[in-house]
Design a protein around this ligand. Structure first.
Ligand SMILES: [Mg+2]
Length: 240
């Protein structure tokens, strides 16, 4: 009787420790790295509570969480539910990783004097209303204003050494070659070899997720909305 009980306790202990080890191993070996606009939030909007709950309560126990955005930290914090995001996500890379946070602490920052940083170009002007944003996005889809402007810049000023990428609804970024979202991978590639899952909505050529989506250090997932991101994660990690 006693032997049976001891056996059961040992067995239970083994089940508990192996599950725990599985969870620990699973979490420590993988990271899901997210674009913000169009991937975790509607463009320029705040993340909804349902998406945040899924990320923090369902996904975080099995996987590290990271954000990479062309926007600055202020904008990321505003869109991702306030200051608490800094502690909730394992890594945050505003400005494509020119600024880098880990476990709630700033751990690297390239001075804008050292590097030119990002230049955001908006044909319609950044101070337009949400209505005008939506109207421009629609117009741009049909008339390719941003892509035409980029093509013209590349053609007329080929020696600037700049890469251009279309993101969000009304603008595109210009930055020195190599300072796209792949810049942040240098902080992750050793800790998560072959286990960096990247999620972005602008993964097409010329989009601001194109380079990181296609980088050999990431496993790329192209998504169309926050709901699509959550659905993709549920399937990938077998989560309810
Ligand atoms: Mg995006």
């Amino acid at each position: 009787m006693l032997r049976l009980r001891v056996g059961s306790v040992i067995q239970l202990f083994q089940v508990v420790t192996s599950s725990w080890c599985y969870i620990m191993t699973a979490r420590s070996s993988k990271i899901c790295l997210f674009d913000v606009d169009g991937t975790l939030t509607q463009p320029r909007q705040k993340a909804d509570q349902e998406t945040l709950n899924f990320l923090l309560k369902s996904l975080k126990p099995v996987c590290h969480l990271g954000i990479v955005s062309g926007s600055d930290m202020k904008k990321v914090v505003e869109q991702m539910g306030g200051e608490s995001v800094v502690d909730q996500f394992d890594y945050i890379f505003p400005e494509n990783g020119l600024v880098a946070y880990k476990n709630g602490k700033l751990f690297d920052k390239k001075s804008i004097v050292d590097h030119m940083g990002l230049i955001n170009v908006s044909p319609v002007g950044r101070s337009c209303t949400q209505e005008e944003r939506n109207a421009f996005e629609k117009y741009d889809k049909e008339h390719h204003v941003r892509q035409t402007l980029i093509d013209k810049l590349k053609q007329d000023l080929p020696d600037l050494g700049l890469t251009y990428s279309i993101g969000g609804q009304i603008s595109f970024d210009a930055f020195p070659h190599g300072f796209d979202k792949t810049y942040c991978l240098k902080y992750l590639e050793n800790e998560f070899p072959n286990q960096i899952h990247f999620f972005g909505d602008k993964t097409f050529s010329g989009g601001n997720d194109f380079e990181i989506f296609n980088d050999k250090r990431t496993i790329g997932h192209s998504v169309t909305s926050p709901q699509h991101t959550v659905q993709t994660l549920r399937e990938l990690f077998n989560l309810k």
